[in-house]
Design a protein around this ligand. Structure first.
Ligand SMILES: [Zn+2]
Length: 261
């Protein structure tokens, strides 16, 4: 398995949002430079769920960050993948392999063949690859080329559909939000009114933003998905890119959904 340790930097940290909900803040370096990504850890006495699995090579960071949240990696039961992009499935194969008991992997049906490696990842085509590689220094370019030749893949055990309430940790509602990828999902935590946005929304310098056209597979679908999210009563959002957003989340979402029409 490829290691990207040289590309990771800085310390990870965790942030508590509610009882049994913590955001892992993991630094990484990828095609577009340094950034922090935000997988979410959700747990109660019975079940431990991780939402999204970081970039390749982040298993150790995830393990340590979970430990510091007071939830040992060995307790992990389920990994829910919001979508197929490499910064969300990167360490999934390592997580599945390293977990002491069988971890169940869940995603939307549409994303399954990509995550399992039966179809090439939608955003890893030759054109994108050439563009990204050209912008990287020599050492990173080699690592990235190797990664593109052999992208992460892992079995998906359970396909989850729109509207399903997963009976863990007070109820986790699956919201099908295609656009960023064909099978993107967001997750709504019924108890804490937290929305895990995946990449349907991003926070930039404390401001909530809609889908970035350059990173979006189907912009029309992505905008429809934003509208769909306005049906939920959201107190806090966790954006995988940009982190926690709390400032009148419902209103801001409504505004975005209307202005981006
Ligand atoms: Zn992403």
């Amino acid at each position: 398995m490829l290691r990207f340790d040289t590309m990771l930097y800085g310390p990870w940290s965790v942030m508590k949002l509610a009882d049994g909900v913590q955001v892992l803040e993991l630094p990484m370096q990828s095609f577009s430079g340094r950034s922090i990504i935000h997988p979410t850890l959700i747990w109660d006495d019975d079940t431990v769920v991780l939402v999204d699995a970081g970039f390749p090579g982040q298993l150790q960071q995830i393990r340590e960050a979970m430990g510091s949240a007071g939830v040992p990696f060995e307790r992990l039961d389920k990994v829910i993948i919001t979508h197929q992009d490499i910064d969300h499935i990167g360490s999934l194969p390592d997580i599945v392999r390293e977990s002491s008991h069988k971890v169940e992997v869940l995603s939307h049906e549409e994303e399954k063949p990509y995550i399992e490696g039966r179809k090439p990842l939608i955003k890893m085509n030759q054109e994108r690859l050439s563009k990204m590689l050209a912008s990287l220094p020599e050492e990173q370019r080699k690592q990235m080329e190797a990664l593109f030749r052999n992208p992460p893949k892992a079995r998906v055990d359970t396909a989850i559909e729109d509207g399903k309430v997963l009976p863990y940790c007070g109820g986790i509602t699956v919201i099908f939000t295609p656009g960023h990828t064909p099978g993107h999902i967001c997750l709504y935590l019924n108890q804490s009114k937290i929305l895990i946005t995946g990449d349907a929304l991003v926070a930039v310098e404390g401001e909530l933003r809609g889908p970035n056209p350059q990173a979006t597979y189907d912009m029309d679908a992505a905008l429809k998905s934003l509208k769909k999210l306005t049906q939920y009563d959201i107190e806090t959002m966790i954006c995988y890119h940009g982190g926690v957003y709390r400032d009148n989340a419902n209103e801001r979402l409504e505004e975005l959904a209307n202005t981006l029409d």
